[in-house]
Design a protein around this ligand. Structure first.
Ligand code: HEM
Length: 430
């Protein structure tokens, strides 16, 4: 097979894996056979049937809502916030169109662009995902408040289209924010079950934006810290506790409609069917947490560490009873326990979809720089995330063990129709 055919216009990593998957399932293809199929099999996996069985699942890009929100949460994250350097609204529109086209391809398991095979031009895809499965890649795009207004300037003549819900978040008690790691004009959230697939997607989108936008900050995440589907087990965050038990699940269409997707009555029109993303890089003071007793750890959360059950209960999914008391009449769930203060009124319910992160070591303090990259989706962050976080910031016992070090807010429009692009409604309005 020629190089051009293997990585050609219709090149699909999914198709390639259908063949290698069949091989793994019993077709007697030796290592040479894999090599002949374009080198799809990883040499490390040769002879190991289980590890060459590919994950062919893909998530549709063209849909009512953007992918990566109600999608059962994948294991890895690469999040990037970008600042626009162009001053031309038409160039921004063209960038969003190009991003949507590339995103649809990559989510199908294809290369980011059609290659022209010119030896004088860089390839249209950087190549590091050619031999990988689609890994349920999702790409989610958003607009930050600064997209509409920066330093008092309506940069693209779209200031009037900024939703009230996208007003910048107010200062929140306890925040020690690094500005360079906060905010941004645009965001891309890449989630996948393979970290290299997520990295590849962000890298190629950034490459496509060259000359128009620059990366302001980015964050890698490993290990989801929520379950967003009833089919998923609850994972543990880096404090070793189950996280995501009392989360909205995508199967709860009614809750998603009430709390996550922007309804017509909220408007503006270009955001109907969209949602707002809040990202907070929350560093855990891991060394401090690791030195406190199991009893203190459980009291801080309000749940037992191993079972995930509310204090005094047995099962993870037993209801949280905030009125329950011990034999001395003391509340079983402490007044400052995280789950007590995070108890949401009906209007405040959010969809949590965060990831664990580590950025290595803080050499100054000799401590791990790691924690929770909190992501939540909601129909109005000022009515949902803000009051919730204000309550937590004021009294949460967890505050002794965490620091919010970055913050960002983005408006994620609805999904794109076939032939359309994410954010199209914003430019049609103008
Ligand atoms: C590093 C910081 C945090 C850690 C370690 C953490 C951990 C947890 C854990 C272990 C639970 C119990 C299991 C569950 O129901 O998911 C929980 C619940 C929850 N957390 Fe957090 N969380 C953190 C930050 C936040 C923030 C910033 C918010 C929102 C502002 C938040 C909102 C919630 C909500 C809404 C619940 C469900 C409460 C309920 O209804 O029972 N958490 N969190």
């Amino acid at each position: 097979m020629s190089e051009k055919k293997a990585v050609g216009k219709k090149f699909s990593r999914r198709d390639l894996f259908r063949v290698t998957g069949a091989a793994g399932a019993g077709l007697a293809l030796g290592a040479g056979g894999y090599a002949a199929l374009g080198g799809a099999a990883d040499a490390r996996d040769a002879g190991d049937e289980a590890s060459v069985m590919p994950d062919l699942r893909t998530v549709a890009f063209h849909d009512t809502h953007q992918a990566g929100i109600a999608t059962a949460q994948q294991e890895h994250l690469h999040f990037a916030a970008l600042d626009l350097v162009t001053r031309e609204a038409t160039e921004v529109r063209d960038l969003l169109r190009a991003w949507s086209e590339a995103a649809a391809r990559m989510m199908r398991g294809e290369a980011a662009g059609d290659d022209n095979y010119s030896e004088f031009l860089p390839p249209e895809d950087t190549g590091e995902a050619f031999d990988l499965s689609p890994a349920r890649l999702t790409l989610t795009f958003g607009f930050g408040p600064s997209f509409f207004q920066k330093d008092g300037e309506d940069r693209f003549g779209l200031g009037g289209a900024r939703p009230d819900a996208l007003a910048p978040l107010p200062p929140l008690t306890g925040d020690v924010l690094d500005e360079g790691r906060s905010d941004g004009d645009l965001c891309v959230q890449a989630c996948a079950d393979d970290p290299q697939v997520a990295f590849h997607a962000v890298r190629n989108l950034v490459r496509i934006s060259r000359g128009l936008a620059v990366v302001r900050w980015s964050q890698l995440g490993f290990g989801r810290t929520a379950s967003t589907s009833k089919a998923q087990a609850t994972p543990r965050n880096l404090m070793g506790v189950k996280d995501g038990t009392n989360n909205i699940k995508a199967e709860d269409g009614d809750l998603m409609n009430r709390h996550v997707w922007v309804p017509e009555e909220d408007g503006p029109l270009w955001m109907v069917g969209g949602t707002y993303l809040v990202a907070r890089r929350i560093r855990m003071l891991i060394e401090v947490w690791d030195r406190v007793s199991l009893g203190e750890q459980e009291a801080s959360i309000g749940r037992h560490k191993y079972s995930g059950a509310p204090i005094g209960k047995k099962d993870e999914f037993d209801p949280v009873d905030l009125k329950a008391t011990d034999e001395n009449g003391e509340p079983l769930i402490a007044p400052d326990a995280h789950v007590r203060l995070a108890r949401q009124s009906d209007e405040e319910k959010i969809l949590r979809r965060g990831y664990s992160f580590t950025d290595g070591f803080d050499a100054e303090r000799g401590q791990l720089d790691a924690g929770l990259f909190f992501i939540s989706f909601q129909r109005d962050p000022h009515k949902q995330f803000v009051p919730l976080q204000q309550r937590l910031a004021a009294n949460d016992r967890l505050n002794e063990y965490i620091r919010h070090t970055s913050s960002a807010l983005f408006a994620c429009p609805p999904g794109a129709r076939e032939g359309g692009y994410v954010g199209e409604g914003l430019f049609q309005k103008s």
